[in-house]
Ligand binder design. Sequence first.
Ligand SMILES: [Zn+2]
Length: 231
Amino acid sequence: MPVIYYEHARRDQMKVALTFDDGPNPPRTDQVIEILNAKNARGTFFVLGKWAERWPQALERIVRNGHVVGNHSYAHHAHVGDFDRAEAAIGNVIGRPTQFLRAHYFNFFTCTNSPIAMSKSMKIVDADVNPADWNKTAPQAIIDATLNHPRLAGGSVIDLHDSSETDDDALRLSRCVPMIEALPAIIDGLHARGFQLVGLDEMEFVDPLEWTPDERGLYASPEMREIVSRR
Ligand SMILES: [Zn+2]
């Protein structure tokens, strides 16, 4: 069965979505929320089930501040589609199902393991703007990779990381610091171009893409295989 997913919303509306993967990750997630709130922006957080269990209050704070929560697997293991387990962990905290799912490493094969991922009520949302913030240490490099991204336009979905799947607490807390330092300038730059920063629940997704397994491997594109192999 093919996996249907989206990379962006309507291009004729000046809405852009900031998305943050792999959390919650206190206090980093709280720092992101503080910046979003101060700048009148909404965000979407694709969280891991294992972190929802470890830091339920941090997950609650995302919802309480009016931001969107999506499902990004339970353990972020490369070839495991444990989205159903993640959904249970997230639902235990926020008390409702998620509407959006992002495949970890953009490995859509894992979605076929999960009835929840494949259900009609779940929208699988990738991103068309991937600044690879997790791989950069200079905030300015993240700002440039986002604001100068060739696909940035109305309807864009921007993929950033407020956390990481690693159980190494020090690494997880440090890796996303450059992104947080870059975030105010990213938001200001997007606002200056007239974009409204919205949650995924305010977007109208178009141009569905279809993933089917092929002989080249599990990943949707050679570019993604390359990114994953470098991690
Ligand atoms: Zn991830």
